[in-house]
Design a protein around this ligand. Sequence first.
Ligand SMILES: Cc1cc2nc3c(=O)[nH]c(=O)nc-3n(C[C@H](O)[C@H](O)[C@H](O)COP(=O)(O)O)c2cc1C
Length: 257
Amino acid sequence: MKRRVEQSVLGLLASRRSIRRFRKSSMSEEVLGMIVESGQSAPSYFQAYSIIWLRSDRLVEAVYDVCGSESIKQASAVLLICLDFNRLSVFAETVSPEHFLKLDTYPAETLLSVFELGLVVENMVIASEALGYGTLLLDCGIYECERLSALLKLPTGVIPMILLLIGEKDETPPPRPRWPLQNIIHIDGYKPVTVEEARKYIENADQILSTENYLKKYANFSGTYPEYLAEQLRADKEIKQSYAALSAFLRKQGIKV
Ligand SMILES: Cc1cc2nc3c(=O)[nH]c(=O)nc-3n(C[C@H](O)[C@H](O)[C@H](O)COP(=O)(O)O)c2cc1C
């Protein structure tokens, strides 16, 4: 059984890691096409997504200037995965002039479209693994959506969500922490996590990440994982202002929840 799992899709899923160091090489259109088609094979809803392949050195450099991750310059393919309510509105208009995108809110469709985009991206991640490539997701797609949108002159309704890097692995990282199954699977109801369990999880994660010197290596952060988390989760005035601007931009672009 163990051997069968190692060689199967389950083995591939279990051994996948985020790769942040790539060996520079190019990717053919054929290989990229296979990966994107695998993405499209995911269960589909409105297919309200588009994938922008940043092929020119000039654009990759410009995206690096916005996002600041060295891995961007090493990747074989840099893909900006966007929510696409632009194509969706043409599609809906073709069917009927009175469609939901004209309402003031359409929360379910928005959330389900983001969910669908996630399925597509994960399929692309697994397809890349199957072809021997490593991948990295970067959240700067959404945090910097306004600047990326201006850089690429994206029309209304096309909203950057995630930057997906695909490349030749130049590192073999160990497994990263996950919550124990008992906090994820709830049987016949819901059991809230206790503060003690949360503390235990954070301590355990700190230990796992420190063995690979994770925070220093990838975030140039010298403190502990709880200290890093506190910095990431802070809610100060500066963050509030930038989130208000981000929300206004997203709303203007059609993210209406
Ligand atoms: C929505 C999302 C956004 C992410 N954004 C970033 C990012 O901006 N930078 C980064 O280094 N890793 C990013 N990651 C990767 C996670 O840090 C990584 O998956 C996690 O640490 C677990 O490691 P593993 O993928 O090796 O299991 C992101 C992952 C997800 C799901």
